[in-house]
Design a protein. Sequence first.
Length: 216
Amino acid sequence: MGPGQARQQAIDNSTNDYITFIDAGDIFISQEVQVEMAQKVYENPDTNVFFWLYYYKDKLVTHANNRMHGKVYKRQFLEKYHVRFSPAGSRMNEDIGFNRACRIISREIEVPILQFDTPVIHWIYNENSLTQKDDQAALYRDQTMGLAINSINCIETCRRNGFDTRPEINQIAAHLYYWFIETLVHRPEFAQRSWDGARLFYLHYSRDIIVANTNI
């Protein structure tokens, strides 16, 4: 099934007004931070998305926008704008596509994401996880393709809502190129699959990328 489909199934089968995710390898830092999270949500009923920080390998992650750890989402917001995980891209980078859509929509509707400097989750390192086992083979094999598929899902979600996605398209294209080069250098046996992912995205949005670059 993969994490994206599992999370979407959880959303579809839950009924609460707010949603948060905690993976099998995650633990809340304390019961107190859970109470604090609930209190912040209660104090900000007009906010749709809340971001907290987390620890990974005992190191505080301050660029915590892309991952699911320490996030709370208002169900009404997800349903209104049809923010969903892509079933086709659920093996890798499903959280990046989902959170990118939340960020774009929040920016466009001018209801900012509420971000806190407080860490609430400890993401436990697991050497047998999907991205770490076999010398990170799965990471290099699926990173670019997962990023492409989930980014397409994100862009199309935002476009269906009438929002401008051109700046993000160029950022994603650059990121995909970076990962293709990384794969080509470090795991060349996966270079073709990595290129297939980058090509998939470029085929969808080549006109947007060309127009943006000719305006520089």
